[in-house]
Design a protein around this ligand. Sequence first.
Ligand SMILES: [Zn+2]
Length: 311
Amino acid sequence: MKNLVLGIDVGGTNIKLGIVDDNGRILSRSSIPTKSYNRNRNDLIKAIFAEVRRLLGEAKIAFSKLKGIGIGLPGQIDPDKGQVIFLPNIPGWENVSLCKIFEKEFNVPTLIENDVNMITLGEWRFGSGKGKNDLLCMTLGTGVGGGLILDGQLYRGARFVAGEIGHIPLNEQGPACSCGGYGCLERYVGNRVLLKKIVQIFGDKELTIPAVNKLAQQGNKKALKFFEETATHLGNGLVGVVNLLNPPLIIIGGGVSHNHKFLFPTIRKVIQARAMKVQKEILKIIHAKLGDDAGILGARVLISENLRKRK
Ligand SMILES: [Zn+2]
């Protein structure tokens, strides 16, 4: 029976692969570095092909057992055409018909999706979002991303780029952002911005966010204030989304979210203080459950949902 899905999560640093069963169990997994192949798109695709064959061979799984291959990519994609439109952090990826390339190689139905949408699908079915019809999944890292499940399905928007919560403007006169706008949420809570802020506060270039977390645990006032300010920005960014979409659940994941103990209480406090009554009453904010596996598990959901739709 064809009941397995191969999930491929393409990131700027690593490409993670996993074979996932019906129940969201990862039977076998591996990863390869992205940067070694950064110069040439075809080399990167060939490296993924080789790793797919190696992984299936090692797990003794025939290609005929695969229901589909789902690939998450960090950038703009057209899931209907199976085309990568643009990847900002991996050179050489413009208008690539990736699904066709994979289907030609392996003869297995292949679908692609934006990486944050893929994480959202994973958390929705197998993680913190189980059983919900509406939710926002937010990822906190170098970029601040968002994915939306609305009315029981992934909401992509007219050109498949909905959910860019990191580029909600927080400040009418804020600093310029890589998106072309200014004062965006990401300019206040993105990883790089936070590291710069840490240098300003502590005067130590070596200090990392986990190190500041340790300081906060010891009751260091500067560290606690750093997290409180970060959380206040996050809360303010989310108030508008809460009022607009009335989600019962916001899931927050990504590296920076590991500081949830210091972030979430303030995020909740800001939303309780500023959001509209009915919206805030039902809202829950919780930490993502699946960590680095969310994208691979999302591939399982992507394949299942879309094959169901095709019927
Ligand atoms: Zn922006």
